[in-house]
Write a protein that binds this ligand. Structure first.
Ligand SMILES: Nc1ncnc2c1ncn2[C@@H]1O[C@H](COP(=O)(O)OP(=O)(O)OP(=O)(O)O)[C@@H](O)[C@H]1O
Ligand SMILES: [Mg+2]
Length: 595
């Protein structure tokens, strides 16, 4: 609803109210928060006693208050100090508990939301930027809860309390000092607005350069193989130049802001001191009172300067809150669907596509599928064949409901697939993808991904069936071998066999193999093919293969070309076709090339 708002944050009442909703995360720790606030109030109020005591000491030293002695006041001072120390200790602890636990909750909630977003969300946003939201923006909120908010409140108490004391002490002198106030406050507001805009620009720019860092480190092999280190370093340096440029503008904003505050405040302070001297000279106040007065004024000045700073920080936090809440408020994949969806157990696995048209949302002008129709009866094995980019993997993505057809319908077991409860629906699938990327943990964890509750025996059996057990056994750590980030410590074929073991463990109704044997040598391919044949028994299997030898005995082959199915039939039927797409492909692959 307020997508527009969030790109151009204003500190309007509405955005503030929206930002305050982040305090829902503080609610579980409200007692600590309230205790922290009370302690904060105490320590701030007690702080206001110091200038008074100091002034009084001077008066006593000058013999103006004969019935109090200096030692007595000294003891008072010690008492106040000890009280301050105790209160501050507990205040810090209380706020730490609120902010540490509160921000951890925010981080987890954010992650949960993120991970439940539909695939298209991730295609539209950059990973670096999302990571920065979970880290930088949440860190900003942490600072706010932990430090800024407390300081803000403290400064306000000092400001109001200090002014109150001054008005009682000497209304006239206080009036002189207060005359400069409105100017400073209004100036601070205006500056704050401007500085906040610069801060957001800096944040965005930083996000962009983090994306480069992230992407290149993740594809470090490609970077090195193409010897693009220099190119990437330049790209990163250039992006950082922009960060510095924007940051310097931000710094300049803050610098001008401080100059403004300092000049105004010191100007006012000197003026007040001068005027106070005059009042002492004419006997209207004592020297002790003047000392108290000036000390209060300095403290109030500090509070104003602090408030200006914290104000901009708080506004920055409001911006961070908006970005965080944008994700928290977004609907998850499941919530985007209508209510009362059919929860299914084990599906039979009849699949049919009816005139399916589809273009990727991020490239909506290119229609990838232009009316695809086919039926796969439950338990049958079919293959999808076609040139690279023909849309084979896309068909699988649609079947998994990563994306949705623009036209036409996909049915499983006779029902439109978007009528099923998403989670129970996807539980019926296992996929061995084109590019297997493993998680950074152990081989065991990666196999268990197919079925977290599997027993040791099931894991070993699955690994054996996938022909992965032989190589796993040769590793000194066996199943506990760490595969390295994204699985880089394993070969492509080994990764693929782990993905197959994972699929075997899952025992799906519908099996999707996207070139599952593409990284295997001829011998492994044979054994893995046997394993796959076992796995495919009794379930609907959709196989994408470039090597036609692997799909010779499937029940039906669909040939995809130009976004449509142009041929379908068994290997024999299609091979027999004259000038068929399949038969010419088969000729290329099966007939020995003489050279
Ligand atoms: N996430 C995406 N966003 C936009 N376009 C995409 C996306 N994924 C694929 N495409 C485009 O859709 C078309 C079909 O891609 P798809 O991955 O389905 O091809 P494929 O038949 O599996 O090819 P290959 O045999 O090379 O794996 C291609 O033109 C590709 O550029
Ligand atoms: Mg593909």
């Amino acid at each position: 609803m307020d997508q527009k708002e969030s790109t151009r944050p204003k500190l309007s009442r509405e955005s503030l109210r929206e930002a305050l909703k982040i305090f829902a995360f503080v609610k579980p720790y409200r007692w600590q928060f309230i205790a922290g606030l009370v302690l904060l109030f105490l320590s701030s109020t007690v702080f206001l006693v110091f200038p008074k005591i100091i002034g009084q000491m001077l008066d006593v030293a000058q013999g103006l208050s004969p019935n109090v002695d200096l030692w007595q006041i000294g003891m008072w001072l010690v008492g106040v100090l000890v009280f301050q120390a105790v209160v501050s200790y507990f205040r810090v602890l209380m706020f730490a508990e609120v902010s540490e636990k509160g921000t951890a909750d925010i981080r987890v909630a954010l992650y949960k939301r993120l991970i439940s977003q539909p695939i298209v969300f991730f295609e539209k946003s950059r990973v670096g930027e999302l990571v920065s939201r979970v880290t930088n923006d949440v860190e900003k909120l942490y600072n706010t809860f932990y430090f800024i908010l407390a300081e803000f409140i403290r400064q306000i108490i000092i400001l109001i309390g200090g002014i109150g004391v001054l008005l009682i002490m000497s209304p006239r002198l206080a009036g002189v000092m207060l005359a400069t106030f409105p100017l400073i406050v209004i100036g601070a507001m205006a500056f704050g607005r401007w500085v906040r805009k610069l801060s957001k620009e800096r944040q965005d720019q930083l996000g962009q350069s983090n994306t480069i860092l992230d992407e290149t480190l993740q594809s470090i092999h490609a970077v090195k193989a193409f010897t693009n280190e220099l190119f990437e370093s330049r790209r990163y340096a250039k992006s950082n130049d922009s960060v510095v440029r924007v940051s310097m503008r931000y710094a300049k904003g803050r610098a001008v802001f401080s100059v403004f505050i300092i000049t105004m405040l010191f100007g006012a302070l000197f003026f007040v001191i001068g005027y106070g001297m005059y009042m002492v000279q004419t006997g209207q106040i004592t020297a002790g009172q003047l000392i108290s007065f000036v000390t209060y004024t300095a403290i109030i000045g500090g509070a104003i300067a602090g408030l200006g700073n914290f104000y901009t920080e708080l506004v920055g936090a409001v911006g961070a809150t908006e970005r965080v809440r944008e994700i928290l408020n977004s609907q998850s994949e499941a919530e985007k669907r209508p209510a009362n969806q059919r929860v299914v157990g084990h599906l039979r696995g009849d699949v049919s596509f009816n005139n399916v048209h589809f273009a990727y949302p991020t490239r909506s002008d290119v229609e990838v599928l232009k009316g695809v129709s086919f039926d796969i009866p439950s338990g049958k094995k079919v293959a999808l064949v076609g040139q690279s980019g023909a849309g084979k993997s896309t068909l699988m993505q649609l079947l998994l409901q990563f994306h949705f057809p623009d036209q036409g319908q996909i049915l499983v077991d006779g029902h439109a697939i978007d009528n099923y409860d998403l989670e129970s629906y996807r539980q019926n699938f296992a996929i061995v993808p084109q590019e297997v990327i493993l998680f950074g943990g152990t081989i065991r964890e990666n196999i268990l991904y197919g079925k977290p509750e599997a027993t040791e025996a099931e894991i070993v059996a699955a690994a054996q069936k996938a022909n992965a057990w032989d190589f796993i056994r040769t590793f000194p750590e066996g199943l506990e071998t760490i595969v390295g980030e994204r699985g880089i410590k394993l070969s492509g074929g080994q990764r693929q066999r782990i993905a197959i073991a994972r699929a075997i463990l899952r025992d799906p109704a519908i099996l999707l193999l996207d070139e599952a044997t593409s990284s295997l040598d001829a011998e492994s391919e044979k054994t893995v093919q046997d394993a796959l044949n076992n796995l495919m028994e009794g379930r609907t299997s959709i196989i994408i293969a470039h090597r036609l030898a692997t799909i010779r005995d499937v029940d039906c082959i669909f040939v995809l070309e130009g976004g449509r199915i142009v041929e379908q039939g068994t290997h024999e039927e299609l091979s027999a076709l004259h000038n068929g797409v399949y038969s010419s492909l088969a000729k290329l692959q099966f007939e020995p090339v003489l050279g």
